[in-house]
Ligand binder design. Structure first.
Ligand SMILES: Nc1ncnc2c1ncn2[C@@H]1O[C@H](COP(=O)(O)OP(=O)(O)OP(=O)(O)O)[C@@H](O)[C@H]1O
Ligand SMILES: [Mg+2]
Length: 329
């Protein structure tokens, strides 16, 4: 292919680690809210193996899904996009057995295809768990939203996923085997570096340049926490206390960017498309509108870093180095 390529769309991953915390509900409503800002938005159901976003938009049996992409019946995602609102398209996912365990090369193909989508914003519903599918999709996103509810398993799982993403990216920041060895040794059993600041304490005397690259990347990691199903202000305060903890352990800024109460409007139902999308009258409508504006107003060049802004052509370089690797992140 020749000629300059458009920069990848703004990529927003909706993650959480735990199942059933509201990721898909939030992904769908956020996509619609961003679309209402006049931005072209594509929502990708990347919950591989447990795809159900299409049902939220009223489609029980989508004609085309990501299975067509994985089976190479289509070369990119454009033919799979179905319009679900004036400026919002949906790429339906697949629940085919095995799709939850994509080979590294398929994961990279999917990431590249998302980067090549002709849209302003791509929203990824990445599903639960900390599989490589999830970790790589989240780590490559510009905005990483972690959905949490006021329950300990939800907090633990969200933190575990965040940590897995940070470790994955930190390992990929090495330029050669020596640097990779340094990071592995520092993160592994050879030292007592259990947190990123401790890791940097070990690394800096050995390779200050690598330590600086890690700090630079993590300080613009684009993380936000979304509190869902909160009942009262004590819940919000408890979730808010996660931010300093995350910063101390992972050197990542993770502000609470939105708070959603349990509401009948989002409670879902058995009928396809029933009760998961907010209408103007619901209090959560304004929450999604604010979150959409905050995301659209974030300087993408700053998030991507000067080097990537200058290149503005590709996904993060380290993404291309993830194919075929299956170590524990
Ligand atoms: N704020 C809310 N108020 C009321 N119900 C909610 C709220 N958020 C989500 N729900 C309901 O909780 C259920 C789970 O939500 P959802 O499917 O979005 O979670 P998920 O994290 O995507 O789950 P999975 O891990 O299975 O993909 C749904 O029935 C949804 O309608
Ligand atoms: Mg879901």
């Amino acid at each position: 292919m020749s000629g300059p390529r458009k920069p990848p769309p703004r990529i927003v991953a909706i993650a959480g680690g735990k199942g059933g915390v509201g990721k898909s509900t939030i992904a769908a409503n956020l996509a619609l809210a961003i679309g209402r800002l006049g931005l072209r938005t594509v929502i990708v159901d990347a919950d591989l193996g447990a795809a159900n976003l299409h049902t939220m938009f009223g489609a029980l049996h989508p004609e085309r899904t990501l299975a067509d992409f994985f089976d190479q019946r289509v070369a990119d995602l454009a033919p799979l996009v179905t319009q679900v609102a004036p400026t919002v398209g949906l790429v339906a996912g697949t629940s085919r057995p095995g799709s939850a365990n994509l080979a590294g090369i398929q994961r990279l193909r999917l990431l590249r295809a998302i980067g090549h989508l002709d849209t302003d914003v791509a929203i990824l519903d990445v599903g639960a768990g900390t599989s490589f599918n999830v970790v790589d999709l989240v780590a490559a996103a510009d905005h990483k939203l972690f959905v949490m509810t006021p329950s300990l398993p939800s907090l633990h799982n969200a933190y575990a996923l965040m940590k897995a993403c940070v470790h994955r990216v930190v390992r990929k920041l090495s330029h050669d085997e020596t640097e990779q060895g340094l990071i592995d040794a520092a993160l592994g059993a050879e030292t007592k570096a259990r947190t990123i600041p401790q890791l940097l304490g070990v690394l800096r005397p050995l390779d200050a340049y690598l330590a600086d690259r890690i700090v630079d990347t993590l300080l613009r990691f684009g993380v936000g926490m979304v509190a869902n199903l909160v009942g009262n202000d004590a819940d919000v305060a408890a979730l808010g206390r996660m931010s300093p903890l995350i910063y101390d352990h992972l050197l990542v800024h993770a502000p609470l960017v939105a708070t959603l109460r349990r509401t009948g409007a989002l409670a879902g139902g058995l009928r396809a498309g029933a009760g998961t999308l907010t209408s103007h009258a619901d209090e959560s409508y304004a929450v999604f509108a604010r979150l959409a504006s905050a995301i659209a107003g974030t300087d993408l060049a700053r998030l991507r870093g000067e080097q990537r802004a200058a290149l503005a052509q590709t996904l993060p370089l380290w993404v291309t180095r993830t194919a075929g690797e299956e170590q524990t992140p």
